[in-house]
Design a protein around this ligand. Structure first.
Ligand SMILES: NC(=O)c1ccc[n+]([C@@H]2O[C@H](COP(=O)([O-])OP(=O)(O)OC[C@H]3O[C@@H](n4cnc5c(N)ncnc54)[C@H](O)[C@@H]3O)[C@@H](O)[C@H]2O)c1
Length: 351
């Protein structure tokens, strides 16, 4: 027996069941569509996004745990907690990014849903790159380059394949064992993948139409690609720079490009926008998506989407997951909060 004040809990097995039930392509298409709509409707007046903050440490290992809160007026408050521990895959056989999302009822403060957001983070990061690519890249078919072949690379390729025909993928990673499994991990996308030596990063900007950089490059160790004249019309989704001092792109490429941040204030602190003056930064992703016809001519320019992670993406992803789970009866409802039968007596039996 469940009550409306139970919390919907969507763990790993539930998320996997949603993916199985809906289908990988259908789920990502839905997420891209919802994020597109949210970008079009987005207004700072109706959606509050609090600055991402958290704890950053180098003991017991280098990493961080951060919170990403947002509230759309009239909707729930959504808070994602995300950990980034780049040593995880090699040292612990765990993903670098592990996340959980929570949804709070603004009518009464009740925790409505608690869900894994590890897969959701990869999906929404892919969806954001898909929208940027749709707006700013040449029409295609495209040659896609991917630098850094970990978890995010899988959904970058999957998402780009949903908005552009891809005739060739050139993929590389500095870790040979990660590179060796990439083609198999993305077989389901149905596009030909050439995994090449990591030295090809030196010239990759000259050889592809769309480039996704999604590396776990160390602070102050970038850029991860060479400083060469980019292919005309190149569009870059720069995903890995999301921390002060963490950079993937050469400054010269940014200086000559039309740069679109997901959130300007965050990108200036943590993204590729650390490298350019504020006056050189273009409009945010939501604006580009909303005014796509106006920016169509940019498809022939060199463009960069500076993706640091926007809490609204997490809100959209969690709401979609909850909706799909509820439609299919997936997940468990648990009375987590002690809601006493007498609101004035915290010791009274829980309802
Ligand atoms: N923008 C966003 O919203 C967002 C969301 C999630 C993750 N991220 C960032 O994306 C990056 C990738 O995340 P992930 O989950 O795929 O990590 P991951 O650990 O699964 O994969 C990262 C890969 O990058 C490779 N790499 C490191 N340095 C490299 C270099 N110089 N050249 C080529 N390859 C290199 C590593 O060998 C590894 O295989 C991280 O920096 C993470 O912080 C950003």
């Amino acid at each position: 027996m469940t009550t409306p004040l139970d919390t919907l809990v969507l763990g790993a097995a539930d998320v996997a069941e949603v993916v199985r039930t809906v289908g990988r392509n259908e789920l990502l298409d839905l997420l891209i569509e919802r994020l597109r709509t949210r970008c079009v409707e987005h207004s700072a007046g109706t959606t509050e996004v609090r600055a991402r903050d958290g704890f950053r440490y180098d003991k017991p290992d280098l990493g961080l745990v951060e919170w990403m809160p947002t509230h759309e007026a009239g909707g729930p408050v959504v808070v994602k907690m995300v950990g980034y521990h780049p040593g995880n895959p090699v040292q612990r056989d765990l993903p670098s990014v592990i996340a959980t999302s929570s949804m709070w009822d603004t009518d009464n403060g009740h925790l409505m849903a608690l869900a894994d957001a590890t897969l959701l983070t990869a999906l929404r990061t892919g969806a954001a790159s898909a929208l940027a690519t749709e707006a700013l890249a040449i029409d295609g078919p495209i040659t896609l380059g991917i630098v850094g072949l970990g978890a995010q690379a899988v959904t970058q390729l999957h998402a780009i394949s949903r908005v552009r025909p891809i005739d060739r993928v050139i993929a590389l990673d500095t870790a040979a064992d990660v590179a060796a499994t990439f083609a198999e991990r993305v077989t389901f996308c149905g596009v030909p993948v050439e995994v090449v030596d990591s030295s090809a990063a030196d010239s990759i900007a000259a050889e592809v139409d769309v480039l996704c950089t999604c590396t776990s490059v160390d602070i102050d160790a970038g850029p991860v690609i060479g400083d060469v004249a980019p292919r005309p019309g190149l569009h870059v989704n720069a995903v890995g720079a999301d921390f002060p001092g963490k950079l993937e792109l050469p400054g010269a490429l940014l200086a000559d490009a039309f740069v679109v941040p997901d959130i300007t204030d965050q990108c200036v602190l943590e993204g590729e926008c650390q490298q350019i003056p504020r006056t050189s930064i273009g409009p945010e992703l939501a604006d580009i998506v909303r005014n796509q016809p106006e920016h169509r001519s940019r498809r022939n320019d060199v463009t960069v989407f500076d993706s640091t992670g926007w809490a609204v993406e997490d809100d959209v992803a969690l709401r979609l997951l909850v909706e799909l789970a509820e439609t299919s009866g997936i997940g468990r409802r648990i009375p987590i909060e002690y809601l006493s039968t007498d609101p004035y007596d915290p010791y009274a039996p829980p309802r």
